[in-house]
Design a protein around this ligand. Structure first.
Ligand code: BGC
Length: 252
């Protein structure tokens, strides 16, 4: 049976059943707007509405736009504060009646890109950054995720970086591509100084428009747009749920 992936984003909650071996959606995804306010009860209901569109799945992976440790959501930068220390995996499991794995949204998107997309077959330290409502980060060493990094909250020009360089900042401040790319460049230079990754994978909805801002960014680290685009979170969430459910390999 299939695994359902659900991605909780700043504007939409999207889901679809996923072929976790191929990294493909098995059906067209279904989307509902993210409730406002995005409190725990409303978002759990939105997720249930998405899940109700599909049958024939036996487990669910769900992304969350904050730190998630052992199924508990620990931060809530861009969602309602009722998520602070909420037992998210438990709440979703109760509501959906299926085992649920919850993980950070950028970690999920990065895991999908590393397995099936722009980071495939890449060794060494790879960093996925998603530019959307906030800035999400995911770090991989030889394909293995180091979860819950929060490099979107580095300080840039005396402010939280995501308030200056997220795609939402570009839209709300009505920035030109040149101006925004300048901020993203400053941010990426700071990150490459701290971590020296081999590759940046740039995701989030704005990565579809990479031709508008990639040529304006001058950094040392190679940089590629995400290839799974809108579906990376859904696919990565499903893969994480599939792995969580897989029997542990035999000890030798
Ligand atoms: C959160 C991260 C999240 C990112 C993208 C940030 O504000 O702290 O956990 O990955 O937004 O949604």
């Amino acid at each position: 049976m299939a695994t359902l992936g659900i991605d909780i984003g700043g504007s939409g909650v999207k889901g679809a059943p996923v072929d976790t071996d191929a990294g493909d959606l098995l059906a067209e995804r279904y989307r509902v707007p993210t409730p406002q306010p995005s409190d725990v009860t409303s978002v759990v209901e939105a997720v249930a509405e998405v899940a109700a569109q599909f049958d024939d799945f036996d487990r669910v992976g769900i992304t969350f736009p904050g730190v998630v440790v052992d199924g508990v959501t620990r931060t809530a930068a861009n969602v309602d504060k009722s998520w602070l220390d909420a037992p998210a995996a438990h709440l979703f499991t109760e509501r959906l009646g299926k085992p649920v794995t919850v993980l950070n949204d950028a970690d999920a998107a990065g895991a999908a890109e590393v397995a099936f997309g722009a980071g495939r077959d890449q060794r060494g330290l790879i960093m996925m950054l998603t530019f959307g409502t906030g800035i999400g980060s995911a770090l991989f060493l030889d394909g293995v995720l180091i979860p819950n990094t929060e490099f979107g909250h580095l300080e840039l020009d005396g402010k939280d970086a995501e308030l200056r360089a997220s795609d939402r900042a570009r839209e709300t401040e009505d920035m030109s591509w040149e101006k925004w790319a300048g901020r993203v460049e400053g941010y990426l230079r700071h990150v490459e100084m701290l971590l020296s990754p081999r590759l940046f994978i740039i995701g989030g909805g704005v990565s579809k428009k990479s031709d508008k801002f990639f040529p304006l960014i001058d950094i040392r680290t190679p940089m590629v747009p995400a290839t799974l685009l809108n579906n990376a979170g859904i696919i990565g969430a499903a893969v994480a749920a599939h792995q969580a459910d897989a029997p542990a390999p035999a000890q030798v």
